[in-house]
Design a binder for this molecule. Structure first.
Ligand code: ZN
Length: 82
C-alpha cells in the first residue's frame, strides 16, 4: 500500500469539527475569495481544497446532495458539449 505524506492536513484531521456541510457553508458565505470558490455554475461549483493532497487540488461539487455520482440528475452529471 502506498501512502501520501500530507502533514499539513493534520490541522484538519485533529481539529474540532463543525457538523455543518462544508460545501453549503462555503456557498452561503458569499465571499468566494475567502472560501476558495473558483467558479459557480448552474448545477455545480468549483472549489479549491483548503487542505489539499497536492498543489491545485480542485473539487467540482454539484449543488445537489447525493451519496454517489450515479444519483445525480442528468443536468448535474452530463458534460457540456462544445
Ligand atoms: Zn451541503
Amino acid at each position: 500500500m502506498q501512502r501520501l505524506w500530507t502533514p499539513w492536513r493534520m490541522q484538519y484531521i485533529a481539529g474540532e469539527k463543525n457538523h455543518e456541510c462544508i460545501f453549503c457553508s462555503a456557498l452561503s458565505q458569499q465571499n468566494d475569495r475567502e472560501t476558495f470558490i473558483v467558479s459557480r455554475g448552474e448545477h455545480c461549483f468549483v472549489i479549491l481544497n483548503k487542505y489539499p493532497y497536492n498543489n491545485g487540488h480542485l473539487m467540482v461539487v454539484p449543488y445537489a446532495h447525493t451519496a454517489d455520482l450515479s444519483s445525480l440528475g442528468r443536468s448535474e452529471a452530463r458534460r457540456r458539449q462544445r
